[in-house]
Design a protein. Sequence first.
Length: 567
Amino acid sequence: MEVAEPITKDFIREIINEDLKTNKYKGRVHTRFPPEPNGYLHIGHAKSICLNFGIAEDYKGLCNLRFDDTNPTKEEEEYVQSIKENVKWLGFDWEDRLLFASDYFEQMYNYALQLINAGKAYVDDLPADKITEYRGNLTKPGKNSPYRDRPVEENLDLFQRMKAGEFEDGQKVLRAKIDMSHPNLNMRDPVMYRILHASHHRTGDTWCIYPMYDWAHGLEDSLEGITHSICTLEFENHRPLYDWFLDALAVYHPQQIEFARLNLTYTVMSKRLLLQLVEGKYVSGWDDPRLPTISGMRRRGYSPSSIRNFCKRIGVAKVNSIVDFEFLEHNVRDDLNKTSPRLMGVLRPLKVVLENYPDNQTEELEAVNNPEDPTMGKRKIPFSKTLFIEQDDFMENPPKDFYRLAPGREVRLRYAYFIQCTKVVKTEGRPVELHCTYDPATKGGYAPDGRKVKSTIHWVSASHAHSAEARLYDRFFTVLDPAGQKDADFKEFLNPHSLEVLPDCKVEPAISTLKPFDRFQFERLGYYCVDSDTTKNRIVLNRTVELRDTWAKLQKTAQKKETNTTS
RNA sequence: GGCCCCGUAGUGCAGCGGUUAGCACAAGAGACUCUGGAUCUCUAGACACCAGUUCGAAUCUGGUCGGGGCUGCCA
């Protein structure tokens, strides 16, 4: 029985409820997800996507996908494509509302003219460093540019010539005329347009002046009839400006609401830093499975619903916080447990020969595809005299709490037989082959005499197994907050063991029915998925996340105890 | 020295003047089990501080302390 998720009423939905009550927007709810196409989306964006599209769903409103493409020097078409794919993959639909800020450039230009005419904007000839200097700082008020009081006619003429391409990059800017001594630095005559002789991914070379975020964003929202413009906390100080522009123009005025962006332990959540990792080849690309990008997580094996659940469960607030990476993992396990077919595969094979099993016999044993979901059916697994089991499932001198195979001990091979270890073959002190006997009476895994075994282990038939490469991932960084370390580059904290490649794993034949991006569980090991590097001749698997492992935890605490007493 | 935002278990959220301060993850104990998985049960754990308002404050007000953000022609 599924327990209904409690309906969390976050502060944003409370504001919307209030607006609905007062009929502020005539009953409309219209949000937008406004990425800049300058990189790939990450899990932090997923939070925003779920929020914006989720609110639209909840209130039967609309959510636009709008690319905020106002800076041609950083934006690329590749990013537009990846973002569209990611949003779609996450399960959201912008219908016919795929929009671009660049579609409004002409309109924005006219609005700028309007502001100039109203005496609220001026062309400034000050170079960039002077503008900075004139701005003052946190505690010192700024001072007016000598060009601040140019007559309207001159401003109009200059601005039109900026647009016409008569000036070099950086030679002039258009600024709002607000207040150079305002305590909020954003209000000290912010730049509205800069000259950029750069080719834009959509408008090409038709423009050489491009609007700044503060000027553009509110207009985009206004033009689209957005009701609630949801953004992250760092834009809080920009809201007065957002409001100022819209009021100065006397146009439709959405409400900006800020929430805290997502932070996750042991990772970085910034397109800028992720770009460094990609460009510096610290990863294989934007879709490297160790990255918190949507593409990376998809390749790693995360399901869209696991990400959506995660985003729903972390909530929305205004406190800066950092979510445990374990919580993300909990959500994948939770989802994948219910939806993933099970398979058996051996990561680090140890050969087992069943001495009393007929030499050339093969049996087909029946296995359940998903114990959590009987509708997923059953499958046959081949069994024979020579098998592989996991090296970890055998210990020559086991401690008392080790339940698995050991000399003289009996365990169950899942869905197969009880076996007992009779002999250990070693080279250089390491077990390389086990001789066991099987009990024919236990076929299927049940002992007719009712005797119990302490554990059930997984196995594959040696001659039937498919070889595969498994890529095991560990946390990407060694510290909780790699980007927040004092006086240090975040790349210093990369975990050198974040990727472990096991080139020759042994997997049951059913693996061949899967295709890239298919997800499954290796029984007793974890959730895996087929990597996109897989070809006809080579199977590559990614470990999404390990199963919860109380044995490993026991060992870890025992180890800790030991080092505590010895030191 | 300025402006803005924020302080509830280890972590993330809920609590909207009267609750034994709730939920989830993590932690600990146990049950069950052909995955040392899943599931189930139980345990421990928090209102930053000080005043004020009120019969009554985690909730309202003021202050203190603490955290975050803001000085791009980035978004």
